[in-house]
Design a binder for this molecule. Sequence first.
Ligand code: 13P
Length: 251
Amino acid sequence: MRTRRVVGNWKMNGALAGNAALLGDCASAFPYVSGSAAPGVEVAVCVPFPYLAQARDLLSGSAVRWGAQDVSIHTSGAYTGEVSAAMIADFGASFVIVGHSERRAHHCESSALVAAKAAAALSAGLTPIICLGETLEERETDMTEVVVGGQLSVCIEVLGHEHLAQCVIAYEPVWAIGTGHNATPDQVQSVHAFLRARLGPAGASVSLLYGGSVKASNAAELFAMPDVDGGLIGGASLKMADFEPICRAFG
Ligand code: 13P
């Protein structure tokens, strides 16, 4: 059974005052309803580290979960600037994004490091959201499956199928992130079907999210594809008027 999810990735945006309104609106839009069946869609926001306490304070008691955008592979010690998975879990977080293309590109993160970060998250009880995706040049040279397949293979080798089954995977083509040009539903479905097949037995339970210029106007057609279990939303997660309709865009 695959969980349908919409996760906001705030990236390096926010300030205490503005966050309070956004998180408050999020909590009111998706209240926790005691005793009801699991909601059809799980909504979460991944905030910058300094705002984890604020997310916990304002989202606790609602149906919205929260998480971080990166994690250390180390558990504790002399690693200045690093944040461990246990610290993130200490704030009641459920998720941590690992391997976002912005970290792969700007912080030279390898697939092996990304897989180790996912393992660190799992061992602290967090669900890693592992991001994969090709550049425009790689797509135009027909390398998409080689690239995303290679990124996934490293995770399979490091984590094994059993642990991978506890992860969320986000396909985020680099050329679609923040550009306003989303991949077409057919392009997304094709990569997701490829990834699901590669996941083997874990494919039955892993949520495969799509990320890259998802908006209220295109979410429904993307989420209607059979192997798309939801979205990882950047810019459109920063305003409730944009984010809420995306969270409600499942047929
Ligand atoms: P945009 O939705 O702003 O294109 O960002 C996507 C993304 O990178 C989510 O992680």
